[in-house]
Write a protein that binds this ligand. Structure first.
Ligand SMILES: N[C@@H](CCC[C@H](N)C(=O)O)C(=O)O
Length: 365
């Protein structure tokens, strides 16, 4: 059986619902887990206690011919955190069924340990599926991999929608109302399995982004100078519920070659810049055409990630405000493309992209 290999079984995960393309398979993490076992215990078991992590990680590779994912999702033993790992274009999350409580099942400190790519499961964040608030179907809360709590996560909410569909055994086209720190968000699962999300209206008022950069007469920060050590960048600031600083070029230049940037060096300087009192996510953008952009992101609380949904939305809003692009764009991220539309009629931003299961796991708490 595939699960006996001591690593996560691609063939078994693939049929669990969505790991069908070779691209998705390539996005699987390399073994981050300490214990692998087949569902029916007929397999290899390796246990390791990882450093000071304080709990053991178990990853359970599915044997679909014997067990369906739904029987894993039904697991309720106390003393364990059962989770499903998802990714949206390589932006990966540990999804936790928290529908029975308004308190997250783990603390920010435990989230940091779980997200660790060497001693934990490995993820950019932990997402909790919680009971609805003010009449919404569900509430989504997130911890970044550094334990901070952002208001919203675009790739995360697509994963959230697919996770809810799995939990509730919903098939086909379906939409949910989700309460988040950024207000009401409405993801809709499409017939092709992609998720289209009504991300709401962008926030442009400097004080609400928040940024201390000087605003224009509409109170927005568009193409402003931002000094980062010796270099002046032109930046536009947009909140999609969470703060984004978008740059298309250094002052006096026209465009960026985003592959040339050393994100690990410059990203933290933007994130912790004094002009951003709540820190910031930063998007570095290259314009290919008026409907095709390429970005790399340095995320607040997570560093360089393979994709950022709220970031891609902020990029299109910023590109329109700077007169660089139309309202409908394909945004290429390191993990793949997102389709973004900033609709004139309702001022809402719509994001469409994939969300995929990676594996199912349990962690003794
Ligand atoms: N990757 C996410 C954004 C997650 C939150 C972000 N790190 C923050 O602190 O604001 C996305 O896809 O939007």
């Amino acid at each position: 059986m595939a699960a006996a290999t001591g690593s996560i079984s691609l063939s078994s995960c693939a049929s669990s619902s969505s790991l069908s393309s070779s691209k998705s398979r390539r996005n699987l993490p390399t073994a981050q887990c300490c214990t692998f076992r087949g569902w029916n215990n007929s397999t290899v078991r390796k246990s390791v206690r990882g450093g000071d992590i304080g709990f053991r990680i178990s990853a359970i590779s599915m044997a679909p011919e014997k067990v369906s994912p739904s029987s894993f999702l039904d697991r309720k033993e106390s003393g364990f955190l059962h989770f499903v790992k998802y990714h949206g274009l390589g932006n990966d999350f540990i999804l936790v069924d928290n529908r029975d409580s308004t308190e997250p099942k783990i603390t920010p400190e435990q989230a940091v340990k779980l997200c660790d790519r060497n001693f934990g499961v490995g993820a950019d964040g932990v997402i909790f599926a919680m009971p609805g608030t003010n009449g919404t179907d569900y509430t989504m809360r997130i911890f970044n991999s550094d334990g901070s709590e952002p208001e919203m996560c675009g790739n995360g909410v697509r994963c959230f929608a697919r996770y809810i569909a799995e939990l509730e055994n919903i098939h086909g086209k379906h939409s949910f109302t989700v309460h988040t720190g950024a207000g009401l968000i409405v993801p809709e699962i499409q017939d092709d399995g992609k998720v289209k999300v009504d991300m709401g209206e962008p926030i442009l008022k400097a004080i609400d982004v928040p940024t201390k950069l000087p605003a224009n007469k509409e109170s927005a920060v568009v193409k402003s100078d931002l000094e980062v050590e010796e270099i002046t960048w032109n930046v536009t600031c947009v909140s999609m519920g969470n703060p984004h600083c978008v740059t298309f070029c250094r002052k006096g230049e026209q465009n960026l070659e985003v592959d040339q940037l050393n994100l690990a060096e410059i990203g933290p300087k933007f994130e912790h810049h004094q002009m951003f009192p709540a820190r910031t996510n930063t998007e570095f953008v290259q314009v290919f055409s008026r409907s095709h952009l390429k970005m790399r992101v340095w995320e607040r609380g997570a560093g360089a990630t393979l994709a950022c949904g709220t970031g891609a939305c902020a990029v299109v809003v910023a590109a329109v405000l700077e007169g660089r692009a139309e309202r409908s764009c394909t945004v290429d991220l390191p993990g793949g493309p997102l389709e973004i539309e900033w609709r004139e009629e309702d001022n809402h931003v719509y994001m469409t992209g994939p969300a995929e299961v990676v594996f199912y796991g349990s962690v003794p708490l």
